[in-house]
Design a protein. Structure first.
Length: 467
C-alpha cells in the first residue's frame, strides 16, 4: 500500500496522472525482478525441469522408439504476451532440443492454440516467432475450432463432450508453452489452457464457458483448488496427453520473471505460486470509492470486464462506487455484436434477470455470454448507476446500450461525442472529485478511497480470499 497524492495509471497506449486525497490508499502489486540471464534460465529450465525428466531425455526416448517420431509444440496466439523470440525467446531452445536429438524438422509442428479466436496470418506469425523457425521450414498451423477434422477425445466427469485437434492428439511428443498470468475465470492462464480451450472444438468451448462453471465462487483469479474451470481444463489436457510444458511469468515491465518447465501439474503449480507472490494484494479493509483501469489488455469494453471483477474485493458493502478508466483502441471498442447485444440485455433486465435467463433450459448459448456473466458478478455488488466509466473510444450513444454511467457527464462536455487522451485525464479527475463530494454528503464523513494502480494485473484479495 502506498500513500501519495498523485498516481499514474498506465493504459498501454496512453497514461493518466490523477490527483487523489492524501489519505487515499494506492494498492499496488510487488514488482518481481527480471531474470538476469534469460537464455541461461531457459536452458536450465529445460535441463532441470519440475517433476519429470529433462526435455532432451524425453526427446531421445521418443526418437529411439520410433525413427519417424513426430512432435507438436503448442503456442499461444498474439493475444498473449509470450516471449517467443529475442533474448527471452522460449521457442527456439525447444525446437533446437528436438532437432539435436533425433526429431527431423519435417516432423515438427508448431500449433497455434487459437481456441475460438481467428487464425493468425503469415505476417503476424513472422512478427511473433523466432526467425529460425521459418529458416528451417518448420510447419506452422492454426487450430480451427470449427474444423470437420477434429477428433472425439472423451466425455469429462462433468459431462462435457470434447473434440480436439487431430494433429495434437496423434503426435508422439506433445509440448505446451504459454504465459502464466492471473485469469478471472480459470484462476491462472498457462498449463492446461493451451489444450482446453486452446485446441478443442467450438461446441466444447461453449460448455467449458457455460454458466454453471462460471457461477462458482471459486471461478476467480489465483484460485485453482475447487475451481471448476481449472479442473475441467486439466481433465481434458490430461486425457489428451502432455509430455512437457514450458511456461513463463512476466513482471510489471513485461520482462521475463521466471521459467517453469516440466510436468503439466507440477510446473504449472510452481508458476502460479510465483505469480501469486507478486500480483496478490491483500487488503484489510474495504472502500467506498475504488478507482481502477483496464490496462494494456483493455482495448475494448469486453476486455475491461477483468479489471472490474478484480476490484470487487476492495469495495465496501454499502453502495460503493467503482470508477473504471480505459483506453479502448480497438476498431470495435465495445466488442463483438453478440457481446453488445447481451450487454444491452443485461442493462435492460438486470443481473438477476440475466442470470436466470442463461440458466433457463430454453436459453440457447451465445458466444461471448461468458464475459457478460462476469459483469453480472460486478453488478451483484455494485449498482449499475454506481459504475462510472471513463473511456477513450466510447461515445455518448454507447451508454444507451451498456450498463453504467458515462463519466463525461461529470465534466459536461457539451456537444462532444469523442474525447482525446488529454480529455480522458480531465474527465477522470473531475469524476473522482465529484464522487468524493457525493459520497461525503451521503455518508456524512470523508469516504475511504482506493486506487488500483495496476488495474487488472494486481489481484486484490480480502482476508477470506487469501490462499
Amino acid at each position: 500500500m502506498i500513500k501519495t497524492d498523485q498516481v499514474v495509471l498506465d493504459l498501454g497506449r496512453s497514461k493518466v496522472c490523477l490527483k487523489v486525497p492524501v489519505n487515499a490508499d494506492v494498492l499496488a502489486m510487488d514488482d518481481a525482478p527480471a531474470v538476469v540471464d534469460s537464455g541461461r534460465a531457459i536452458r536450465d529450465a529445460l535441463n532441470n525441469p519440475i517433476g519429470c525428466e529433462p526435455l532432451e531425455s524425453l526427446v531421445k526416448q521418443k526418437a529411439a522408439s520410433r525413427p519417424d517420431a513426430t512432435a507438436v509444440i503448442v503456442i499461444s496466439d498474439n493475444t498473449r504476451s509470450v516471449p517467443y523470440k529475442g533474448e527471452s525467446g522460449i521457442l527456439w531452445p525447444i525446437v533446437d532440443t528436438l532437432l539435436s536429438n533425433g526429431i527431423s524438422a519435417s516432423n515438427i509442428l508448431i500449433l497455434v492454440a487459437t481456441g475460438t479466436h481467428r487464425a493468425l496470418s503469415r505476417e503476424e506469425l513472422e512478427d511473433m516467432l523466432d526467425f529460425r523457425i521459418f529458416e528451417r521450414g518448420i510447419r506452422i498451423a492454426n487450430h480451427d475450432c470449427q474444423s470437420s477434422d477434429l477428433q472425439y477425445l472423451c466425455t469429462t466427469s462433468r459431462g462435457s463432450r470434447i473434440w480436439i485437434n487431430r494433429d495434437y492428439l496423434t503426435a508422439d511428443l506433445k509440448i505446451l508453452t504459454g504465459l502464466v498470468e492471473s485469469h478471472f475465470m480459470a484462476g491462472a492462464s498457462g498449463g492446461r489452457k493451451s489444450v482446453c480451450p486452446g485446441l478443442i472444438s467450438r461446441d466444447s468451448t461453449y460448455v467449458f464457458h457455460g454458466p454453471a462453471f462460471l457461477d462458482s465462487p471459486n471461478a476467480r483469479d489465483l484460485v485453482l483448488e475447487g475451481n471448476p474451470v481449472h479442473e475441467e481444463a486439466l481433465e481434458v489436457a490430461e486425457a489428451a496427453g502432455v509430455d512437457f510444458i514450458v511456461n513463463v511469468t512476466l513482471n510489471g515491465q513485461m520482462q521475463l520473471a521466471g521459467v517453469f518447465a516440466g510436468d503439466l501439474r507440477k510446473a504449472h503449480a510452481s508458476a502460479v505460486e510465483h505469480l501469486r507472490s507478486f500480483v496478490a494484494i491483500p487488503v484489510k479493509k474495504q472502500y467506498d470509492l475504488v478507482v481502477t483501469h483496464a490496462g494494456f489488455v483493455g482495448i475494448n469494453h469486453y476486455q475491461a470486464a477483468k479489471a472490474a471483477v478484480v476490484a470487487l474485493p476492495a469495495l465496501s458493502q454499502r453502495s460503493p462506487r467503482l470508477l473504471m478508466i480505459a483506453d479502448h483502441s480497438d476498431l470495435r471498442p465495445l466488442g463483438s455484436a453478440q457481446y453488445q447485444t447481451l450487454l444491452h440485455l443485461l442493462k435492460l433486465i438486470g443481473p438477476q434477470g440475466f442470470r436466470k435467463l442463461i440458466f433457463s433450459e430454453d436459453w440457447t448459448f451465445i458466444p461471448d455470454q461468458w464475459q457478460v456473466q462476469m459483469w453480472v458478478k460486478v453488478f451483484n455488488r455494485v449498482r449499475m448507476e454506481h459504475l462510472i466509466y471513463a473511456a477513450d473510444g466510447l461515445c455518448a450513444s454507447d451508454f444507451e446500450y451498456i450498463p453504467g454511467i458515462n463519466a463525461r457527464n461529470y465534466l459536461k462536455l457539451r456537444g462532444r461525442s469523442d474525447c482525446t487522451s488529454t480529455d480522458l485525464q480531465r474527465i477522470a479527475q473531475a469524476t473522482i472529485d465529484a464522487l468524493i463530494d457525493e459520497l461525503r454528503s451521503e455518508l456524512n464523513r470523508a469516504p475511504e478511497v482506493a486506487v488500483l494502480r495496476d488495474g487488472p494485473y494486481g489481484i486484490v484479495q480480502a482476508p477470506s480470499q487469501v490462499v
